[in-house]
Design a protein around this ligand. Structure first.
Ligand code: IPE
Ligand code: IPE
Ligand code: MG
Length: 225
C-alpha cells in the first residue's frame, strides 16, 4: 500500500462532540486530547514518518479566555508524560506557531519537550499551536527579505516553520467543515485532501486507516498526464 510520508490533521469537532452529549466544551477538548495522543501513536506505528497536528490556530486565540485556559491546563497535564513516550519511541517533537502568544510556562514546557526529544530519528511530530499559515508565509517572506536576495521555492520552503521536511502528502480534516482554516497554506499546495464528518474525539485508529486506504487509491499526477 502506498503510504504517505507526511500526514497533517486538522483536528476539529471537539465542541460539537461534547454538545451532542450535553457536556461542556471542555469535556470535548479532554476527549480530543486523549484521541490526539492515541492517533499520533497509531500514525507512527503505521510507518508514517512525519505528522503535523493542528491543535490551535491564531484565530482560535481569540476564543473566550476560559476556554483557552482550559486548553492550556490540558496541555500542562498531558504534555510532560507524553514527552517521555515520544522519547522512548524515538520521535522528535517540533511545535510550530506564534509562541509569544502563549502563556510563558507553556512556552517553557514546549522548549523542554523539544530539547528532550531532539535527535529522535524515527519520526517527527509537529504540533501546531497558535499557528497560522499566512503568518508562517509572512515570517518566511520577511526572513527572505532580510537575506537580501531572491529565493527559490526550495529555499523559501526551508524558511517556513516546517522547513526541512517534505510537504504533507495527505491532509485530513475531521468534523464536517470543508475548509483549510489558515493551516499549511504553502505546504499543502499538492496534498491529497480528505474530509470526514467524524468529530475529532471519534476519529479512531480505524478511521485513520480508512483515510490511508483512500490515499492509497488516489492517483497523484502533479500536473502531469
Ligand atoms: C477543535 O475543536 C479544537 C480546537 C480548535 C481547539 P473545536 O473546539 O473547534 O470544536 P467545534 O468546531 O466547536 O465542534
Ligand atoms: C480549525 O478549527 C483549527 C483547528 C482545528 C486547530 P476551527 O474550529 O477553529 O475552524 P473554523 O473556525 O470552523 O474554520
Ligand atoms: Mg471547530
Amino acid at each position: 500500500m502506498d503510504l504517505p510520508r507526511h500526514i497533517a490533521v486538522i483536528m476539529d469537532g471537539n465542541g460539537r462532540w461534547a454538545k451532542k452529549r450535553l457536556l461542556p466544551r471542555s469535556a470535548g477538548h479532554r476527549a480530543g486530547m486523549k484521541r490526539m495522543i492515541g492517533l499520533a501513536e497509531h500514525v507512527f506505528e503505521r510507518g508514517v514518518r512525519y505528522c503535523t497536528l493542528f491543535a490551535l490556530s491564531t484565530e482560535n486565540l481569540s476564543r473566550p479566555r476560559e476556554e483557552l485556559e482550559g486548553l492550556y491546563a490540558l496541555f500542562r497535564e498531558y504534555f510532560p508524560r507524553n514527552m517521555r513516550t515520544l522519547k522512548e519511541k524515538g520521535i522528535a517533537l517540533r511545535v510550530i506557531g506564534e509562541r509569544a502568544l502563549l502563556p510563558a510556562d507553556v512556552v517553557s514546557l514546549i522548549a523542554e519537550g523539544e530539547a528532550y526529544t531532539a535527535g529522535g530519528g524515527q519520526g517527527l511530530l509537529q504540533l501546531a499551536i497558535g499557528y497560522g499559515g499566512r503568518q508562517d508565509i509572512l515570517d518566511a517572506v520577511n526572513a527572505a527579505v532580510r537575506g537580501g536576495k531572491e529565493v527559490t521555492e526550495a529555499e523559501f520552503s526551508a524558511l517556513l516553520s516546517t522547513g526541512g521536511i517534505p510537504d504533507p502528502d495527505l491532509l485530513i480534516r475531521t468534523g464536517q467543515e470543508l475548509r483549510i482554516s489558515n493551516f499549511l497554506l504553502w505546504q499543502a499546495a499538492y496534498s491529497e485532501l480528505y474530509f470526514t464528518d467524524v468529530l475529532f474525539p471519534d476519529f479512531s485508529d480505524r478511521e485513520l486507516d480508512r483515510a490511508l486506504e483512500a490515499y492509497a487509491r488516489r492517483e497523484r499526477r502533479f500536473g502531469k498526464v
